[in-house]
Design a protein around this ligand. Structure first.
Ligand code: AMP
Length: 435
């Protein structure tokens, strides 16, 4: 087979990791990234193109002009807009779910109804619009309670409140436009205690390939305190996902979801990310689905993937994922996100980043997220700026290498968590001395 050009859509840390991994494939002649970041601009065999990730017609034109053989979509925005349908209409191969099943991420109201209809475990809930809102129902619920804008709200549309009046006020603020259209429908659901885990698979419409387990840290500050963020770090494997839990998640969540979508006439091809709350009795309750690979989970997971990712995507597009397996580096990987001061609220852009050359000489890999090149120098250009990934025999050793990378890097107001992986490392310590 001749080598083909590959296109990655997006410009964050996940997309840098996807581009880096695909550029290592002997099946690929060149990796294009739209729009990319400074990390993809500097990566060998990778070229950025200045087309926005949600400019669907522009991306179709780009893929045709460059004769791209395979496109991988990073973020949810273009998926929910129907980019895979648009590519398929032009005969272009594109790995990701079509518009209809992307509602799993685009509409929490759709997802809750789907879960209920297919008997997949999830929190009890009600969905309201401004017109149907029933404050008396909300006041009759137990607290704490969770209020969610149904649509895409950049990770900000979920509010956990301790009393019913705050729940009513939060829902009304959402109806009033706090999250724009995303809050036209609001899901109000039971608060679930337990341990949160994420579970990521590839699907080909019918068959499933589970990826290596991973776990992220959503809160900004050490000890899982402070505001929610897009993710401050992640590691793989996640010891919380024992083989027994893995089996339960596949049986109770993943298979019924993939089969349910196929039965509903919207077969799912692409990465699928399930955010789960594991109840004290072991029930894997679905908190959310994302119709894409996680960020920052992608960075440590792909650092461990030995198989050729482009082969896995091609297998999925040809409906033969059931016949392939993935090979993983037995070592653990751990990524620490370096963020701009102020994130997840207001933050500055344009600060010069020092130490990237020093970090490049150390083991591990620094993936870029919110960065760009200014006069040949890498500067900050987003809230989450970099993700430093270390590998090691244990999560503890991977953590040591990741923080060695962090120590090499500096910019004004750089922020990061100091304890990424702490639960996994505590589990490792409880299990006995590390090798
Ligand atoms: P979501 O975007 O729906 O995953 O919600 C964002 C975060 O809010 C999750 O990662 C959880 O930490 C928390 N969360 C969401 N729903 C619930 C729930 N029903 N019970 C407890 N925590 C929740």
């Amino acid at each position: 087979m001749s080598r083909a050009k590959l296109l990655v859509i997006g410009g964050g840390g996940r997309e840098h990791a996807l581009a880096w991994k695909c550029a290592a494939s002997p099946r690929v002649s060149e990796v294009l990234v739209a729009p990319g970041n400074a990390g993809t601009a500097l990566e060998p065999r990778v070229r950025n193109l200045d087309v926005a990730a949600d400019d669907v017609p522009g991306l179709v034109a780009l893929a045709e002009r460059e004769r791209v053989g395979l496109t991988i979509i990073g973020p949810e925005g273009p998926l929910v807009l129907g980019i895979v349908d648009a590519f398929a209409d032009r005969g272009l191969r594109c790995f990701g779910p079509r518009r209809a099943p992307s509602q799993l991420e685009g509409s929490k109201a759709f997802t809750k109804e789907f879960l209920r209809r297919h008997g997949i475990p999830t929190a009890g809930y009600a969905t309201y619009t401004r017109d149907t809102f029933d404050a008396a129902w909300v006041r009759a619920q137990r607290t704490p309670i969770v209020v969610k804008a149904s649509g895409l709200a950049a990770g900000k549309g979920v509010v956990i409140v301790d009393d019913a009046e705050s729940a009513v006020a939060t829902a009304q603020a959402m109806f009033a436009g706090q999250f724009g259209d995303a809050g036209r429908e609001v899901v109000i659901e039971e608060f679930l205690p337990g341990e949160e885990v994420s579970f990521i698979i590839m699907a080909d419409g019918r068959d499933v390939l589970p990826l290596a387990t991973s776990q992220d840290h959503k809160r900004r500050d050490d000890g899982d305190h402070g505001p929610n963020t897009g993710g401050m770090g992640a590691y793989s494997p996640a010891p919380a996902v024992t083989p027994a839990l893995h089996e339960r998640i596949m049986r109770e969540v993943i298979w019924p979801t993939i089969r349910g979508l196929a039965a509903d006439g919207m077969p799912y091809t692409g990465f699928l990310y399930a955010g789960l709350m594991i109840a004290p009795d072991g029930t894997p309750n679905v908190l959310e689905f994302n119709c894409r690979f996680g960020d920052p989970e992608t960075q440590p997971v792909l650092a461990r993937l030995r198989s050729d990712l482009t082969e896995l995507c091609d297998a999925a597009l040809d409906s033969r994922l059931g016949g392939v397996g993935a090979e993983w580096d037995p070592r653990a990987a751990l990524g620490v996100v370096l963020a701009a001061g102020g994130y997840p609220d207001e933050f500055r852009r344009g600060d010069a980043i020092d130490g990237l050359e020093r970090a490049a000489r150390l083991p591990g890999k620094v993936f870029h997220a919110g960065t760009r090149l200014r006069d040949g120098h890498v500067v900050t250009n987003g809230g989450r700026v970099l993700c430093a990934v270390g590998l090691g025999a244990t999560v503890g050793e991977a953590q040591r290498d990741a923080y060695a990378l962090v120590d090499a890097i500096h910019w004004r107001d750089m922020r990061f968590r100091h304890d990424i992986g702490y639960r996994a490392i505590a589990r490792e310590r409880a299990a006995g001395p590390a090798r």
